[in-house]
Design a protein around this ligand. Structure first.
Ligand code: SER
Length: 321
């Protein structure tokens, strides 16, 4: 385990910062190289270990970094999310697909031991069963982000079957966290609401009050990612991305959970174009395959997550946005 040398591409994003910190804790700070296209890296990345500026689309630079640093494992997190993707579909397709296809090829050439690439509940569309959405079901994504994630899952499975590449993936639900802001997703309301509750005591939700979506606290998502990556390959019965679930709630229920801690908090609703995206996604996820194959088990429920978010965001100064 200590022999792994990990490269994270897209490390400055919502998942990347926390995953980098967790992997540095496991493998040692100098064995986890954080990279991102952003000129100004997140301070938590540079304070705790090596950081390089790297473009996820620049295959030559990625290959050079893998060779020079003796990288054995790559986590590719760079992507345009659902809401941003709808504003620039071709750019989202290019960033999401070119970065993956290039990396899969590099991974085979450089004989990487493992690759991680996240998928999303966005693979599901209006024709999918909405409650307890199964692992294998009708999949007709509506957004360019969802199309890119589903195509990417199929490519990951192809590289596993054709070249034996050990590439692993999770269909993340909406991720809720306080260290790094989310970037351009449909589930971002569930993070913004906490910042606005503390700053102004009120929030205008861009999703309607009874829009249920699958969600998860970042601590669970990071632990799940690491547990999947460390599971013996023989335990994994699918090479598509695994469904993982934790929470399912609506803006109204989240507002009620916040109001238990902040009685004066108020919410109102002004749905925008993201409502249609949310309406095409599941309410809740059946993650029984992950629970059986690699013993996935979420820890945070709605109240525990709400308490942790409010506590940590209150201690942030100034609020990260
Ligand atoms: N959180 C993502 C989004 O809303 C879903 O994977 O786009």
């Amino acid at each position: 385990m200590t022999k792994e040398k990990v490269l994270i591409i897209g490390a400055s994003g919502q998942i990347g910062v926390e995953l980098t910190l967790a992997l540095r804790h496991i493998y040692g700070n100098s064995n986890v190289i954080a990279t991102d296209i952003r000129e100004t890296p997140h301070p938590l990345l540079t304070e705790s270990g090596p950081y390089k500026q790297l473009d996820a689309l620049n295959g030559a630079d990625i290959t050079a970094c893998i060779k020079n640093e003796g990288i054995t494992q790559v986590h590719l997190l760079a992507a345009l999310l659902s809401a941003t993707g709808e504003k620039m579909p071709m750019k989202a397709w290019d960033i999401n697909m070119t970065s993956l296809l290039q990396l899969l090829d590099i991974a085979v050439q450089q004989k990487l031991s493992k690759v991680y690439w996240p998928s999303s509940i966005a693979v599901f569309g209006n024709t999918t069963p909405v409650d307890n959405t199964p692992q294998a079901t009708v999949i007709e994504p509506k957004t360019v982000y969802g199309i890119s994630k589903y195509a990417g899952e199929l490519w990951c499975q192809y590289y596993y079957n054709r070249y034996g590449l050990d590439v692993r993936s999770l269909r993340y639900p909406g991720l809720i966290s306080w260290k790094t802001p989310p970037g351009g997703g449909t589930t971002d309301y569930a993070v913004d609401i906490f910042h606005q509750a503390i700053q102004t005591g009120t929030y205008t939700s861009f999703l309607s009050e009874n829009t249920f979506l699958p969600m998860m606290y970042m601590d669970d998502a990071i632990r799940g990612t690491i547990e999947l990556m460390e599971a013996p390959a023989s335990c994994l019965s699918t090479r598509m991305a695994y469904n993982i679930g934790a929470l399912s709630f609506s803006p109204k229920q989240l507002a009620e959970a916040i109001a238990k801690k902040m009685p004066n908090f108020s919410i109102n609703y002004a749905p925008d174009f993201r409502q249609q995206i949310a309406d095409s996604w599941p309410n809740s996820i059946d993650d029984s395959l992950a629970r059986v194959d690699w013993k996935w088990q979420p820890k945070f429920d709605l109240d525990a997550m709400t308490e942790d978010m409010l506590h940590n965001i209150k201690n942030l100064a100034p609020v990260a946005h």
